[in-house]
Structures are given as C-alpha cells and as structure tokens.
Design a protein around this ligand. Sequence first.
Ligand SMILES: NC(=O)c1ccc[n+]([C@@H]2O[C@H](COP(=O)([O-])OP(=O)(O)OC[C@H]3O[C@@H](n4cnc5c(N)ncnc54)[C@H](O)[C@@H]3O)[C@@H](O)[C@H]2O)c1
Length: 278
Amino acid sequence: MTTKLFDLTGKVAVVSGAAQGMGQATALALAEGGADLVLVDRNLAGAEATASTVRALARKALVASTNVSDPAAIAELFRQVDAEFGRVDFLGNIAGDGHLAQPEDLAIADLHRVLQNLVVGRFAMCQEAGRRMLAQGSGSIMNIGSLASSTALGRGHIAYSMAMGAVIQMTRELSTEWSHRGVRVNCVTPAQVTNPSLAARMQEDPTLEGRFLRGIPAGRLGRPADIMGLAVLLASDASAWITGAIIPMDGGNMAMNAGGTPGHEQHRVQTFRQEHKP
Ligand SMILES: NC(=O)c1ccc[n+]([C@@H]2O[C@H](COP(=O)([O-])OP(=O)(O)OC[C@H]3O[C@@H](n4cnc5c(N)ncnc54)[C@H](O)[C@@H]3O)[C@@H](O)[C@H]2O)c1
C-alpha cells in the first residue's frame, strides 16, 4: 500500500538544476521512485553525471543544457520532451541564481537579470509544463522558493527576496487556476542548505554559520538530500489534495520568532552556566 502510494513508475519528471544540490537530489529521488527524468542544467557535464546515476537505476534520462532564464530555450526544451517522452507529469523548478547588492547600490540591470531568472524563467517553465499537464488532465509542479519568499534576509538580498516573493504568489495563482483541471502547484521554501556558494560565503564570514544555526531549531544546516522525501511526495499520488501550499523545509526556522531561542542554544547556555557555577 505505502509503496504503491509513492510509486512513480511511468511518470516523466523535468528537473532543473539537476547537476548538483537540491536539483540533483530531487532527480535521484524521483528516479529511485520509478520516474524517467529530463535533467536540465547549464552545467552539462554535471547533468550528464546525474544522468549516469539515473540510468544505473534503469530509468531513462534526457539531458539538456537549457538556460532557465530564456523562455525561447525553455520552449525548445519542452519540444524535445514531447519528442522523447510525449508527456510531463512533474516539474521540479529548482535552478536559479541570486545577486547580492545593497538596495541603494543595486544596478537595475542586475535586478532585471534576477527577475528574468527566478520569476520569468520559473514562470516559463511552469507555463510550458502546465500546458502539457492541462492537456493530460494531471501533473504536479514543485517550485523552489526560499525563506526570502516571505521574510527579509538583509545582507544585500533585495533582488533575490523580491523575486522569491513573486515565486510564492505565482504558485498560489497557478494552483488556483489549474488545480480543478488536475494540475497541482506547490512551493518549497528552504532555509540554508549547504552548497558551494553558501560554503564560500561562510568561509568569508566566520560568524555566518553560527548566525544561521541560531535561526534553525533543528540544530544543523540543510543538506540537498533533505528535499528527497518532499520531491517524491509531491510527484506522487500521495499528495493528490495538496496544492497551493507553501511548504517550509527549514529545520523549524519559520516557526520560530526572530527573537526566539532555539532549544540547542538554550541547552548550550545552561551547560555553560553549570560548568561555570561559582
Ligand atoms: N541552498 C540554499 O540555501 C537555498 C535556500 C533557499 C532557496 N534556494 C534556492 O534553491 C535552488 C537550488 O539551490 P541549490 O542550493 O541546490 O543550488 P546549487 O547552486 O547547488 O545548484 C544550482 C544548479 O542550478 C544550475 N543553474 C543555475 N542557474 C541556471 C540557469 N540559469 N540555467 C540552467 N541551470 C542553472 C547550476 O548550474 C547548478 O547546477 C536555487 O534556486 C536557490 O536559490 C537555495
């Protein structure tokens, strides 16, 4: 019963950002669940490496180096998907880039670039996948948002936050328009998940990891593999009545008030007090 509920056999999943991180973890989880994969990433070598693992699981894999900021390239991608598979059951809309600049310094061209990537690009992926899913009468889209979709991060995240805020509204609108025709649209909002750019920023500022952890009651940063269960759930019929949801994947970050104290911090303070009792 449980296995059947989460079975993805016969489903075709398009996943962007599939060369590494959460995109790769999503692709591998879906392949393990039985889906065939379209692996999209501008890093072609990385996407090919993911494809090898998918094929080793006896699933089909099509690789595309589509730039997800470019709607014309996205339209071409889906024509390839039509030719190869003739259907799309799941879209993992994951690839994306931010740009850091203080609000007073942000160049309008950089703002346009981020919005083109995270808003227009994510929408074009939803539109192309959605048209096919509507014609089939079924499908599921998982957009990746961020903590920055609904709270402010500071540290020059203005362009990224503006774009990620739009991603959750896009999700709600698409779900409202499409779910009665069998197409579900949800948004996962991760807190800090380890990746090379986050690692570089934490190395540059040695206080950053500690500050992140003070916002994460679960007591550790996210790992790309943390998205695997959600991806399988959202791609499968087990989530048939889940749509329009903004789903935190954040170790408890959004549940805690900014002035709150996570349990691991409280524990550290109590231990310190006990060890330093006069
Ligand atoms: N890592 C985090 O802490 C975190 C938190 C919240 C949201 N997010 C968002 O989740 C998504 C994935 O994050 P991640 O940590 O897995 O990222 P990552 O940097 O590990 O991987 C991103 C992948 O997307 C590809 N990519 C980037 N821009 C592309 C483009 N225009 N066209 C095609 N491919 C492109 C890259 O080549 C890379 O393989 C991003 O949109 C990110 O903004 C990340």
